[in-house]
Design a protein around this ligand. Structure first.
Ligand SMILES: Cc1cc2nc3c(=O)[nH]c(=O)nc-3n(C[C@H](O)[C@H](O)[C@H](O)COP(=O)(O)OP(=O)(O)OC[C@H]3O[C@@H](n4cnc5c(N)ncnc54)[C@H](O)[C@@H]3O)c2cc1C
Length: 355
């Protein structure tokens, strides 16, 4: 909040710590209206007033954007830029630890045992992983470690990716790219804490994702990490029966979605599903969290700063959605902006002093 007057900074802090549900309760009687205004869906409002304001700003002013190069295209362009400037990129190489010397980050160790020295280390692993797993515990100030440990992340989800014969689905209830719906009493008995499902016809924005006459639909719903955890037997390793478990959940979700998309199950030509374990092991996210730090007012204030790019460790910067405590621009744009700020910290524009 650099550059803001003390009054403005204090009022932002107040908004970050006020639950939007209280404000909405005072203004409206109808639950569906309160839920819509407070969650942008059908769920009970949980966000802080600050997050809610940021979300509505993104939805109604900034807009939701789809990169014309596709989501992978963003990473591809960065890769090309680094390589064409002479940089070396080691894909599919995990960092197992950050090396500290005299209190400063001076390099990383990879899972294959290589040691790479650098003047600056910039971590895009999520913040908890960076601070609690990749750094030697004694290098982190205990108070910061404690705060990071206690501050909650957003939860995980179950997600089904479908390749469909487009003409076999009745789309009459579909009005936009996304459809949020809730089946009475939830959709899978006690498997899911929240009955809301989001459906997105992904290929509307990215036609190259499907051949002519076909389309891609993604179905997602919140799913707690704990409910999938027992299937994990190690890094990318699963107990026998995991595939059947995924298939069972996917079929239940599709059956629920069929209430608003008649014909869906008969239109499926290909299907894949992701559980919180997928997001943990393939996405590299702590407990499969999907959308940054928790958005509730109770969670705000657990970490002292809204931006966590400058860590307490000299020479170590954090980037990505977990380096901002509010999704001020949504997910991917917030990740891009934090990376830009980290780049400016390393190579300040000419009119700014060096750190
Ligand atoms: C199902 C789902 C749907 C989403 N939908 C949207 C959406 O529509 N719009 C939106 O803006 N956001 C969306 N998000 C959030 C989106 O994932 C993030 O906004 C975006 O990917 C954040 O980028 P990031 O660089 O912070 O993290 P990531 O994209 O997760 O990148 C972090 C990278 O670090 C790597 N990594 C982790 N640990 C290590 C390690 N030890 N060594 C080496 N590498 C490591 C990971 O493998 C990963 O490649 C969605 C997320 C999920 C899971």
């Amino acid at each position: 909040m650099a550059g803001l007057s003390p009054e403005k900074a204090a009022s932002i802090e107040r908004l970050a710590e006020s639950p939007c549900a209280e404000r909405l309760d005072a203004l409206f009687r109808m639950d569906p209206l309160k839920n819509f205004l407070g969650s942008q869906g059908t769920s009970r409002p949980e966000m802080s007033m600050l997050n809610l304001a940021l979300m509505w700003r993104v939805m109604s002013e900034v807009g939701i954007w789809f990169p014309s190069c596709g989501v992978h295209g963003l990473a591809g362009r960065l890769l090309d830029a680094i390589r064409s400037a002479g940089g070396d990129v080691r894909l599919s190489t995990s960092v197992s630890g950050i090396i500290i010397d005299k209190g400063a980050a001076v390099g990383v160790r990879t899972a294959t045992g290589d040691v790479l020295a650098a003047e600056w280390i910039i971590s895009s692993a999520d913040y908890k992983k960076t601070i609690l797993e990749l750094l030697p515990p004694e290098s982190v100030p205990p108070e910061h470690r404690e705060r990071v440990l206690l501050a909650p992340y957003t939860g995980s989800e179950f997600c089904v990716y479908l390749g469909l014969d487009r003409s076999a689905v009745d789309w009459s209830r579909w009005r936009a790219d996304h459809l949020y719906f809730r089946t009475p009493g939830g959709w899978t008995g006690d498997d899911f804490e929240d009955g809301e499902i989001e459906a997105c016809r992904w290929s509307d924005n990215f036609p190259a994702a499907a051949p002519p006459g076909k389309c891609v639909v993604i179905l997602r719903a919140p799913y707690p990490y704990e409910k999938a955890a027992s299937w994990r037997t190690g890094e990318k390793a699963r107990a026998v029966g995991y595939l059947e478990f995924k298939e069972r959940l996917a079929r239940r979700m599709i059956a629920a979605a069929e209430a608003v998309l008649p014909g869906l199950s008969g239109a499926i030509e290909s299907m894949e599903a992701a559980t919180p374990l997928t997001y943990r092991d393939w996405g590299g996210r702590t407990r499969g969290s999907i959308a940054g730090w928790a958005w509730t007012a109770e969670a705000a204030g657990k970490l002292r700063s809204r931006l966590l790019i400058r860590t307490p460790i000299r020479g170590l910067l954090a980037v990505g959605i977990y380096s901002a405590t509010e999704l001020f621009l949504g997910g991917v744009p917030a990740a891009l902006r934090t990376a830009e700020l980290a780049a400016e910290a390393v190579c300040p524009p000419r009119d700014q002093p060096q750190m």
